[in-house]
Design a protein around this ligand. Structure first.
Ligand code: NAD
Length: 381
C-alpha cells in the first residue's frame, strides 16, 4: 500500500470468517508497521459479534492504539436500514468523527427539486436549449413549461437567451406559471470573463428578467475564471443572481482551485454526464462543498443518442417498464442524484422527457446501468 506512513488512523474492515479475521487481514497487519498509529476495527458477523478479534488486535501491537470497534450483523449491513445507519453514526461520533457538517443534497421526488447550498430549491429536471435557434428556443421553452418543466437552461453563447425570455413571458402571460415558480440558468462565456458585470446585465436584458436563478461559468479558464466568478458573487449581493456555479471542470484540483478561492461556494457543477461517462468520482468530490452535479448531454447529445438508446441494457430496461430509452436514461440521472437537462425542439419529445415520475428503477436496474460506465466522453469540448 502506497504512502502507508502518512496515515495516523487506519480503519480495518473484515467479515468474521470461521470465528476469526480472514487470513488476508492478518497478512496485511503483519506486512505494515503500525507503531504510533491508531487502528479502528469494524466487522460483519452472523451472530458472533467481534468473535474476540478486538482482543487479538489489542494483543498484536504494543505501540498501537486499538479503538473500540463496531460489529454489525451481515444481513443488517446489507440492508442498511435507518437503525443500522444510526448505530454507525453513533460509533463514529464516539470516536471523534462527527457526521459531516454539509448535508448531502437529496433529491425530493415529490417536489421534484433539490435544495442547493445557496438555500434555493432547484428543479431536478429541466429543458436544455443548446443548438436551438432563438425561435426554436422560444417554442421549446413554452412547450416545456406547459408540459410541467420548471427549469430552463440557456447560455449567452447559444444566442437564444431572448427566445427563452419570450417563451417564459408567453407562459407567464397565459397563466401557466409565475416567475417565482420557474428556475432559469444561463452561463457566462469565456470571452466575457474580464467584463462579468456587463455580461450579467446583458444576459438579464436579453432574458427580460430582473434576476437569474443560477448563473454558471461556461468553462474553466484559469487565467481569469476567478475574476469572473467574483463578478457573479457581486451580482448575488445586488440581487441580480440567486445562485452561482461552474461548468466544464473535469479535474478535481481545477474545481478546488476555484471553490477554495471564492466566498460563495459553487451551488452546482454542470459537466458532460451520461451512462458512458457517469462522473461519479467528481460528484462525490464536489459534494463536500454541498455542490450538486448537473448532466449536460444527458442523452449523449446530438448524433450520439442512438448509441445510448440502443444500448442493450437500457433498451431492455425500457421495454420492461413500457418506457422509452430516453425516459429510462433521464430517470437514471435523477435516481443517481444528478440534475438532467435534455435538449429538444420537438414538443412530443419534450412531453415524453417530463413523463418520468410515474415509475422507478429498481436497485438492480440502477446497478446494471452503473456497470455501463466507460469513462468516455462523446464531446472533447
Ligand atoms: P442531449 O443529450 O439532451 O440530447 C439532445 C438530442 O436528443 C437532440 O438531438 C434531441 O432531438 C434528442 N432528444 C431529446 N429528447 C428525445 C427523446 N425523448 N427521444 C428521442 N430523441 C430525443 O444533448 P444536449 O441538448 O446537447 O445537452 C443538454 C443540454 O445541456 C443542452 O441543451 C444545453 O442546455 C446543456 N449543455 C451544456 C454544455 C456546457 O458546456 N455546459 C454543453 C452541451 C450542452
Amino acid at each position: 500500500m502506497e504512502n502507508f506512513d502518512e496515515y495516523e488512523t487506519v480503519f480495518i474492515g473484515y467479515p468474521i470468517w470461521w470465528g476469526d479475521m480472514p487470513m488476508i487481514v492478518y497478512n496485511f497487519l503483519e506486512q505494515h508497521n503500525f507503531d504510533g498509529k491508531t487502528i479502528i476495527p469494524f466487522n460483519t458477523h452472523e451472530g458472533s459479534g467481534q468473535a474476540g478479534t478486538q482482543n487479538t488486535l489489542e494483543n498484536m501491537f504494543a505501540n498501537t492504539i486499538v479503538e473500540k470497534g463496531l460489529a454489525l450483523r451481515g444481513a443488517d449491513a446489507q440492508k442498511m436500514e435507518a437503525d443500522t445507519q444510526a448505530k454507525i453514526d453513533e460509533w463514529l461520533e464516539e470516536l471523534g468523527f462527527p457526521k459531516t457538517e454539509i448535508e448531502s443534497s437529496t433529491f425530493n421526488f415529490e417536489t421534484k427539486t433539490v435544495k442547493l447550498n445557496s438555500g434555493y430549491e432547484m428543479p431536478i429536471l429541466g429543458l436544455g436549449t443548446y443548438a436551438l435557434s432563438d425561435e426554436q428556443a422560444e417554442n421549446s421553452t413554452y412547450w416545456a413549461l406547459k408540459a410541467g418543466f420548471r427549469l430552463i437552461d440557456t447560455a449567452r453563447i447559444y444566442g437564444n437567451e431572448s427566445g427563452v425570455g419570450r417563451g417564459i413571458k408567453r407562459a407567464i402571460d397565459e397563466g401557466i406559471v409565475t416567475r417565482e415558480e420557474i428556475f432559469v440558468t444561463t452561463k457566462m462565456w469565456t470571452s466575457d470573463y474580464e467584463n462579468g458585470e456587463s455580461a450579467i446585465q446583458a444576459s438579464l436584458d436579453r432574458l427580460g428578467l430582473d434576476y437569474i436563478d443560477l448563473m454558471i461559468l461556461h468553462h474553466s479558464q484559469p487565467q481569469n475564471d476567478i475574476t469572473a466568478y467574483n463578478s457573479m458573487e457581486k451580482a448575488v449581493k445586488e440581487g441580480k443572481i440567486r445562485s452561482v456555479g461552474l461548468s466544464n471542470y473535469y479535474d478535481e484540483d481545477d474545481f478546488d482551485r476555484v471553490a477554495n478561492a471564492v466566498e460563495i461556494k459553487p451551488a452546482l457543477l454542470q459537466n458532460e454526464t451520461h451512462p458512458y461517462h457517469q462522473s461519479g468520482k467528481m460528484k462525490n468530490h464536489i459534494a463536500k462543498y454541498g455542490t450538486v452535479l448537473e448532466s449536460w448531454y444527458p442523452l449523449g447529445g446530438r448524433g450520439h443518442t442512438q448509441t445510448l438508446f440502443n444500448d442493450e441494457t437500457i433498451a431492455s430496461i425500457a421495454s420492461a417498464h413500457g418506457k422509452s430509452s430516453a425516459q429510462i436514461i433521464l430517470r437514471w440521472h435523477l435516481q443517481a442524484g444528478q440534475i438532467a437537462i435534455p435538449g429538444s425542439s420537438n414538443e412530443q419529445h419534450i412531453i415524453e422527457n417530463y413523463d418520468i415520475f410515474d415509475f422507478e428503477l429498481s436497485q438492480e436496474e440502477m446497478n446494471d446501468i452503473a456497470k455501463l460506465e466507460r469513462n468516455e466522453r462523446f464531446s472533447n469540448y
